[in-house]
Design a protein around this ligand. Sequence first.
Ligand code: ADP
Length: 314
Amino acid sequence: MKVKKINIDTVIQENQENLRPDSFDNFIWQEHIKKVLQTAINSAKKRKWSMGHILLCGPSGFGKTTMAHIVAKQSAVNMKVVTGYAINKPAEIVSILNSLEEWDILFIDEIHRLKPNVEEVLYIAMEDFVIDMVMPEWWSVRIPLNKFTLIGATTKWEWLSKPIKNRFVYDFHFMDYNDEEKKIIIDKYLKKYWVATDKNVIEKIHNKVDSVPREIHNLCIKIRDFFVTEWKNEQKFSQNLREKFLIHSKIDDGWMSPIHKKYLDILRKNDRPMGLKTIAIQLWMNEKWVEEDIEPLLLKLGKIEKSSQGRILI
Ligand code: ADP
């Protein structure tokens, strides 16, 4: 890695920047998805029409939201962001759809959590860009909508109903990130944060984190914080600093953070299967975070198992 001449002010200033990759080039991996989306964007621009609706499926932290932001930016349109569980009534989705300007993108995160009666409003809106309003005397009025593109993101593709799945023109499943992509992401973020380092340090640090871009990014933020704080005469995140950093952040070889260890301690102390809700309460965390951000690594490492009675230590 090329070492730039830097000073502490530059490091601090760079850190205030928008942190998400803002172009397909800066988004590492998922080449097939990027290629097809770029074609869809180009086509929409040429046709002067909205893009087909897009469904992004994959684990939490794999870049679905980031990808949606990039699509909006490349298409030069506005994007409204909502979360599936926050829309409770059909009237709420109607009001969101009505507020969209021509060609806007509506991004619904966790789309699998939409209620069936809310989802039904989307069917006709996605297909014909209209909504049907039922009036008190049981007659209905059809209201036209501006042309929009719906981007849905889900960690639970299997929970989506067939009618909603069918209305997405593009249905993308994010691929796993391997060691090579992991190293590229670390390298990119450390450069972005002006943390100069060597290839062999990246080689030694990449196995300290799970292959999830959000986790990788978080590791780089921790390295940046450590580097900025430890900043003296050292211009580089060296092997020596790397070792100090690992001790300081309590990161061990199994990629587990203190919260993963706390999760395992809770199961160990109880010595019986435990429900997600009980574990989440003891961790002071929301069930969704535990299920999507803590458990995948423990399952991957073979530390726990999900059974019909609850979570079990292996
Ligand atoms: P999701 O919506 O799938 O939960 P996000 O899009 O919120 O994931 O991504 C979480 C973080 O990980 C973002 O801050 C982004 O910076 C980073 N990230 C995700 N995917 C990538 C990628 N492919 N390349 C670089 N950074 C990524």
